[in-house]
Design a protein around this ligand. Structure first.
Ligand code: TNX
Length: 551
């Protein structure tokens, strides 16, 4: 049957087809919201096409594909800093770091300049942005003229640059020149973004196995990709003490020299620790140091046996993985002199607002004595100018003058204690072991990790809501954290296998609006992160739940 256009001349037919294609393209690329509360993603462009905003992890608050071809980086692309006031120097440092990251794979010079006309990547501090943009929000637009990131703060600009990297092809993560690379293009887009929670953390246990400064910095690199803003370091435990304290040399001389399995361990000098803090800060992560008290303290008891008044110490070195046996003497001036010295030094070395005092799994002390101990140590932390953080067992000691922030990890019927503490003014970080513990196995047969809190595949790491997992008053959850305990993890390669791909699941719960959470879309976006990790030289576990593209 002849179609209605069959009778027209070939020329007119051609014109109609071109018009139809243009109309379809306009409908597809028109101001279409790809993410937003309850929004859905548009179909992703093919792997070779420019990367669109529907591929970002964690998903932004809102992203709109723009008209036109977007922006292509070239030899002439400059990074331009705009704004006035004292924060401009910091924006310049962000620009320098972005330029440096882009130079390595592309080979382009990426000159950093002040404002000026012309195309390029613009970082703009804009006090006229709406207040709801907040301390970490940003806007990013890309069109043929370039990329423009605006924010109220340098932190917001930095986070915008993390999104920009995800809008470029995966090879942009390469630390070495990419010779046969793709075009370095960003699709036309407009992104508006800010986090759901102020606290998005990950913890590394450097006590069960020690990790060097360079290895911790590598860990920070992985967190920074996903807008994680707190690094909690578990610095002390039964198997080792990992930070130098002046006046208490045996802590490291004795307690630093071993780890799980009996290998040599190690510790950080004050300079090492400051370097970790600096590296984290440069990537807008705040270090939260943890000194675990009064339990998990066998290394202290080995170094200073006079602090053991209950006879809880095991012979040193303790290289096993049992928990809950050791405790410092819960009372007496000698123990508080010790905790006071340690807290003062850690507070002195730490610019961030928090100091974690542990408080978990103390089986050898009666509840009253435990509560009084935690209160007193909490007061020492406050006197040192920091907010005390404790695992949820410290809830009875939380409130004014004591622990201000609880890290929720085990249910065990203690939820009411947490609610009571919230009633006294405490806030909560959600780290439920069965969802966020990155040392749990993916499945029972997985060779690494533990399984006391169950197995955690990527889907279960993603499919829960920090606000409602337990019944808490609205507004009491400050954020989320994924702890990585290292009883079974002794190399950075093994850390990677547990961290990736589960960390991005937690990062998205912490950053993206709840209404946009969607496993089907998330696993698609996560699949594309694999090529980024490979380009960056990061290992990951190729879980079959994720539709990784064929190599
Ligand atoms: C529980 S969670 C612990 C740690 C262990 C971890 C192993 C918490 C506060 N305590 O001491 O390393 O389980 O998964």
């Amino acid at each position: 049957m002849p179609t209605p256009i069959a009778g027209l001349s070939a020329w007119v037919r051609g014109l109609l087809i071109v018009l139809a294609v243009l109309l379809l393209a306009a409908a597809g690329f028109g101001l279409h919201r790809v993410f937003g509360p309850g929004g859905t993603a548009t179909a992703p462009a093919g792997p070779a096409g420019p990367r669109t905003a529907d591929r970002i992890v964690p998903a932004p608050l809102a992203a709109t594909a723009g008209p036109g071809p977007g922006y292509r980086l070239s030899e002439r692309t400059a990074v331009r800093v705009e704004g006035a006031g004292e924060q401009v120097a910091e924006v310049r440092r962000i620009a320098e770091r972005l330029a440096d990251e882009l130079r390595r794979p592309t080979g382009y010079p990426f000159e950093v300049t002040d404002g000026g006309p012309g195309d390029g990547i613009r970082l703009v501090l804009d006090p006229a942005l709406p207040a709801e943009t907040g301390a970490e929000g940003y806007r990013l637009t890309a069109d043929a003229e370039g990329v423009r990131i605006t924010a109220l703060t340098p932190a917001g600009l930095h986070l915008g640059t993390r999104t920009l990297r995800q809008l470029l092809p995966p090879q942009i993560e390469s630390r070495v020149p990419v010779t046969a690379g793709p075009p370095w293009s960003v699709a036309a887009v407009s992104v508006e973004d800010r986090p759901r929670y102020a606290y998005r953390g990950a913890m590394l246990d450097v006590a069960r196995h020690f990790f060097t400064v360079a290895e911790v910095e590598g860990f920070i690199d992985r967190l920074a990709l996903y807008k994680i803003n707190y690094l909690h370091l578990h610095l002390t435990d039964d198997q080792g003490w990992r930070i130098e304290i002046p006046g208490r040399p045996a802590l490291t001389a004795v307690g630093g020299g071993s780890e799980v399995g009996g290998t040599p361990g190690g510790f950080y000098t004050a300079a090492d620790y400051r370097e970790i803090v600096r590296y984290a800060q440069e990537r807008y992560l705040t270090v939260v140091p943890e000194i675990d008290l009064p339990g998990h303290s066998n290394a202290v008891l080995a170094a200073y046996p006079e602090l053991d008044c209950t006879g809880s110490a095991r012979p040193w070195p303790y290289t096993g993985i049992e928990v809950g046996f050791s405790t410092l003497c819960p009372a007496g001036e000698a123990v508080f002199a010790f905790t006071g010295e340690v807290i003062a030094e850690i507070a002195r070395l730490t610019p961030g607002p928090y100091l974690h005092i542990g408080g978990d799994e103390v089986r050898a002390v009666a509840p009253e004595a435990y509560r009084d101990f935690v209160r007193r140590v909490g007061a020492q932390v406050l006197a040192a100018g920091k907010t005390p953080v404790g695992w949820n067992q410290t809830a009875p000691a939380a409130g004014p003058g004591g622990v201000g922030l609880l890290q929720y990890w085990d249910g065990k019927g203690r939820d009411q204690d947490v609610r009571d503490a919230i009633g006294r003014g405490a806030k909560v970080i959600m780290s439920p072991a069965g969802r966020t513990y990155l040392d749990m196995k993916y499945e029972a047969s997985y060779p690494l990790g533990l399984r006391w809190a169950g197995t955690i595949d990527v889907r279960s790491a993603y499919s829960w809501d920090p606000d409602t997992l337990i019944d808490l008053p609205a507004g009491s959850v400050l954020g989320v954290e994924a702890p990585l305990w290292t009883e079974t993890l002794d190399t950075p390669e093994r850390l990677d296998l547990m961290l990736l791909p589960r960390l991005p699941a937690l990062a998205e719960l912490g950053w993206s609006p709840k209404a946009g959470h969607d496993w089907t879309g998330f696993r698609q976006r996560l699949a594309e992160q694999g090529a980024r990790w490979t380009a960056a030289g990061f290992g990951y576990e190729k879980r079959s739940e994720i539709p990784w593209p064929a190599p």
